[in-house]
Design a protein around this ligand. Structure first.
Ligand SMILES: [Zn+2]
Length: 60
């Protein structure tokens, strides 16, 4: 069901057709309660910077 990304949890975009094959490797998988959430590579990078900047995790 959630074994591949359907939409980015942050920006809401879906994997592109040409991206889907590699999405499992490039998208970040996480869990929110009992849900599986996916974050696209772009947002993952943005978040990584936010984490390094020690922003409150509630921000994203
Ligand atoms: Zn995104």
């Amino acid at each position: 069901m959630s074994d591949r990304p359907d939409a980015c949890a942050s920006c809401g975009r879906a994997p592109r057709d040409d991206e889907e094959a590699s999405a499992l490797l490039t998208w970040s998988r996480g869990t929110e309660g009992s849900r599986t959430v996916w974050t696209c590579p772009e947002c993952t990078r943005t978040h990584a910077r936010s984490i390094e900047g020690k922003l409150d995790s509630a921000w994203w």
